[in-house]
Design a protein around this ligand. Structure first.
Ligand code: NIG
Ligand code: FE
Length: 415
């Protein structure tokens, strides 16, 4: 069979070990690294990946041959935790943070997430669409071909549903695939001040069923944190979401440890996210239940915290981990997943192989796309990133610079 496109003379190709589940513990340091090879694409899918030159059985006069120029190719990067859609921005909090004002204290005084809620409630569909599209365009330039996007800056039906509709429209019109997560339980809105239990009831009774019937989200998430939502409230919401067939995620152990990991393991969520303050016992619990740990070193960096999530301990206990930006206007304003991956190396001591597995094959499983996205198996969508780097070590070592030169989505050049 002839290829539609061949990318040849690639110095290194990162082919994840596709084992029909996320890679756990020491499996995360395994990969098939092909040197001096090519990628052949047919009908938007991977046809063949091998070392050497493509032979005549692959190329005819219709095949487009692209020079890889001795660069690195990897599967399209997957940013599996973002808060994509919001109004306004929060650079006004920066000087407070530099003066050591606490993130949760900013929220308590009506700032933080709640100030973004105000701006998002005011923004029209079109304004949110355009703003989010610009952020997606930047992510694509950095090699990201799929993301997860959470709502959670509306906290009422009108604005939560507008955020989710924006995600739906962008998923249909932008090259980046988006998996949608409903996260109205992100903060307690002013209308429910000091009545967080009532707000959880409101989400369960009024919002969840509508999100489901309109098919606006695949996952449900909650911010389980001291002063935000308790473990008991998190259990109640996620249990109700599970009954409606949502898949589950939980923001937990970010700032304080208040029992979110127990909720995660009791309800068997797909991924537990943040985990900066997870305990040894917590790591054991997640490992035992095969729950993916989603780590967000850009948030640690941006909140100017010293302690990063204990990634090496998690791998030692056999956990599967992913890395993402957490892209949001408050605790991690960025579109650059490469920098986050580099923080994973520099501050969590992950190796480049572990990091690339975290943002490809494992990230795909964490958004329920394992077995299709995030690998280079024959027949998988040809989502490909070319880095202006000879190998993955260079791509992580040469930091804070966008090294992506080309991006292909389902075989078509998009960068
Ligand atoms: O994942 N932790 C809670 N939510 C976001 C921050 C959102 C914001 O500050 O606007 C996070 O870090
Ligand atoms: Fe988040």
């Amino acid at each position: 069979m002839f290829a539609d496109t061949v990318i040849q003379n690639l110095s290194q190709i990162f082919v994840p070990n596709a084992i029909e589940r996320p890679l756990r513990g020491s499996e995360m340091s395994q990969v098939n690294l092909i040197t001096n090879g090519y990628i052949a694409i047919k009908d938007g899918k991977i046809l063949k990946i091998a070392s050497g030159k493509p032979n005549d059985s692959l190329i005819n006069e219709l095949t487009q041959v692209i020079e890889g120029d001795n660069k690195l190719a990897t599967p399209g990067l997957i940013d599996c935790h973002t808060h994509l859609v919001y109004g306004g921005s929060r650079e006004n909090e920066f000087s407070k943070k530099l003066n050591n004002v606490d993130y949760l204290d900013i929220l308590k005084s009506g700032g933080g997430i709640l100030s973004t809620v105000k701006a998002t409630r005011k923004a029209s569909f079109e304004e949110l669409y355009q703003k989010s599209k610009q952020l997606l365009d930047k992510m694509l330039l950095h090699g990201v071909t799929s993301i997860e996007a959470k709502s959670g800056y509306g906290l009422n039906w009108e604005t939560e549903s507008r955020q989710l509709e924006v995600v739906k429209a962008l998923n249909e019109n932008h090259p980046i695939n988006i998996v949608s997560t409903f996260m109205a339980a992100h903060a307690v809105p002013p209308e429910f001040k000091d009545r967080s239990d009532d707000f959880i009831d409101f989400i369960i009774l009024e919002m969840l069923p509508k999100v489901k019937s309109k098919n606006l989200a695949e996952f449900c998430d909650i911010f389980c944190e001291y002063g935000v939502f308790s473990a008991e409230q998190s259990y109640r919401l996620l249990e109700a979401a599970k009954k409606l067939n949502f898949k589950l995620k939980i923001h937990t152990d970010e700032i304080k440890t208040i029992g979110g990991v127990d909720v995660a393991s009791a309800l068997h969520v797909t991924s537990a996210e943040h985990l900066m303050k997870i305990t040894e016992l917590g790591i054991k619990q997640l490992s035992e239940k095969e729950i993916i740990g989603n780590l967000l070193p850009g948030t640690t960096f941006s909140l100017m915290e010293k302690n990063y999530a204990p990634a090496r301990e998690m791998l030692r206990e056999g956990m599967a981990i992913t890395l993402s930006t957490d892209s949001n206007p408050g605790s991690c304003p960025t579109a650059n997943l490469q920098f986050i991956m580099q923080l994973g190396c520099f501050n969590m001591k992950l190796t480049p192989i572990e990091v690339f597995n975290a943002v490809t094959i494992n990230a795909a499983y964490s958004i329920n796309r394992g077995g299709t996205l995030g690998d280079f198996e024959v027949g998988s969508p040809a989502d490909i990133v070319i880095f202006d780097a000879p190998n993955i070590d260079y791509a992580m070592y040469f930091f804070a610079t966008n090294l992506v030169s080309d991006v292909f989505k389902e075989g078509k050049r998009v960068v």
